[in-house]
Design a protein around this ligand. Sequence first.
Ligand code: SAM
Length: 279
Amino acid sequence: MSQIDNLPPLREVIATHQLSAKKALGQNFLLDLNLTARIARIPGDLSQMDVLEVGPGPGGLTRGLLSGGARRVLAIEKDARCLPALAEIADAYPGRLEVIEGDALQIDPLAHLEPPIAICANLPYNVGTELLTRWLTPPEWPPVWSSLTLMFQKEVAERIVAQPGGKAYGRLAILSQWRTDARIALTLPPGAFTPPPKVSSAVVHLTALPAPRYPANPKTLERIVAMAFNQRRKMLRAALKGAAPDIEDRLRSVGIPPTERAEQVSLEAFCALARTFDR
Ligand code: SAM
């Protein structure tokens, strides 16, 4: 393993601070600093950016971000056992790392940061999906963050970047792709983590677009898409019956055959359909 900083190897950090992985906190650690440095490079040049890292654990990714040159990192970690290890990293990078002990679902640390902001996290999957949804639906667009670099179960990552025509395509794809460029930057086998999870993982990189790809009211789009995919095997004229009595006319007016299923409908067409409700 090449040296990215003067701190001890992560296996030693874990032994010193007795950081046995807790399943309840979704702890699957990345101990290879070459790998964490590689993940930290995915958002690009961070030297003029503040980074929010959620769930730093023993700090592998944190060290990647700092050694890679991030202007400043704010890390929020729920497990108090990790704080001494993170304090050692803060000492090695004076004035550049601040750690908050807390639950990322309960506190919003974005207000503590100075834009431009990149968000980077290797989190438990359920927490990651919940936070992604929140970050993708702020009250105003563009959001305060410029990019999100997040680890997911590979199957979830595939749902984020999915195109129409397959099982993976649904609400998550539409929510993500409407206002960001989303791509899978890296896939990782279970063995990359300690302990290994059951399935493969993938890092998704999402860059905020300055404006939505196609105009639509966010609430209307969300409602239509949720209805359409809640009954994804039904034809849209049936799945969206409750949305408006004249739904068939609306579908036809934007070029969607009423017999089509949600899975076949492009993001652009969903936006056009949403606009028929806000005229
Ligand atoms: N980032 C580290 C790495 O890559 O090795 C740790 C990854 S581990 C998958 C997830 C981390 O998120 C753990 O350190 C866990 O304690 C922390 N965590 C879990 N739920 C959290 C929450 N709601 N808020 C903040 N941190 C959380």
